[in-house]
Write a protein that binds this ligand. Sequence first.
Ligand SMILES: Cc1cc2nc3c(=O)[nH]c(=O)nc-3n(C[C@H](O)[C@H](O)[C@H](O)COP(=O)(O)O)c2cc1C
Length: 401
Amino acid sequence: MTIETGRNATQSTSASSPKSDWRTVLGQYPTGITILTSIDQAGGPVGMIVGTFNSVSVDPPLVGFFAQRTSTTFPHIERSGRFRASVLGAGHESLCRDFFASPVRDRFTGDIWDYDEHGIPRLKDAVAWFDATIHSILPAGDHVMALGEVSNLGLGPRTGGMPLLFLNGGYGSFTIPRMEFNLDDLGGRLRHATVLGDAVEQLATDLGVECSLSTVVRDEVVVLTAADARSPHVGMCFPFAAPMAPAFAAWCTPDLRHTWVENARHLIGRVDTELIEDTLALVRENGYSISFGHTMSEHFDAVVSSAHHDRAVLAPLWEALTTEYAGYRRHPEPAEHATLIQVPVFGDDRCVALELVVSGFGPRTPRNRFREIVAGSLHCSARLTAMIGGSAPQDYAPSLP
Ligand SMILES: Cc1cc2nc3c(=O)[nH]c(=O)nc-3n(C[C@H](O)[C@H](O)[C@H](O)COP(=O)(O)O)c2cc1C
């Protein structure tokens, strides 16, 4: 067997371990994650995680999976002659990890399982589920191939979100882009940004800060203009993913907010829903958003220069932002922590059309100076909203720190 490991390279498996090559190459193929359950001889629940669950035939309705010959669960499935399959959602990553790491007797705790008349559990909020009886078992090297005839199947309540995926040794999920992209709309926003450039420059001069205007295009944040026309930030873009650019997410359509959350799930493999809701509540309460500490400046260039928004570059930034935010929540003193504020400029649909980004101060800005920066930025954003014919949502009531 030979394995191609590069454009021109053909590497014989004799040079490296065939097993690790096998895993590396097949690791590029994504799978879903399913918990297969059955009962042992005493009627107690048993189960195993598999990535090989698949559909096989419609008529008769067959599903299949491959079980390692060393599996201690599979002999119970074979003996009982039946199993249930619970397809995991993106929100089940920690459940999956815990299930995999736990001893068999601890795998079925908590009120998350439904039991059938045989005592076989199924995850209540599985993305999809199947009940099957064993149809046939075939030898397959160090695995066996098991086929099950489906007697019942269904969809879960979807509280676990999109299906959980496994790729390259890590968990992730699938994102469906939902936003419509309208080129005319981008043209309009670019024209706005050009017209608003003077006001942004004025703000930067008056306050002695750095200012720029960004917008969201499809699922990316794009910097349209900056007070310093030579700013290297103009034209750069980065993923519109929580918790970045929360001012856009605080006042936008439910679809765009969904994109913001799902992009984060895609980038770091999971999202802390409570933290996200908390962030949005704080932004709405203040009327603008705050970034804390040096994370942005330290990691931002790496993010921007990562043309393909490489997960390896982005994930640490997202993690650090999340940690900094949690730190701020414990000691909520904005002037002390803030290094950047983002103020909404609203369009005629009362959603955020542009974001005024003000930086070049802090952390540990004197409180009066921080208050002056926030007041000036809010005043400027209100002006910009009026200039583009937009209006703020009725309940928008920004407050000074
Ligand atoms: C993401 C993932 C996918 C897996 N896929 C399979 C699989 O398809 N077949 C299999 O036998 N074991 C698979 N395993 C390992 C099993 O979950 C299990 O640990 C192993 O088969 C040992 O079996 P036992 O717990 O029944 O003794 C997978 C584990 C993980 C974390």
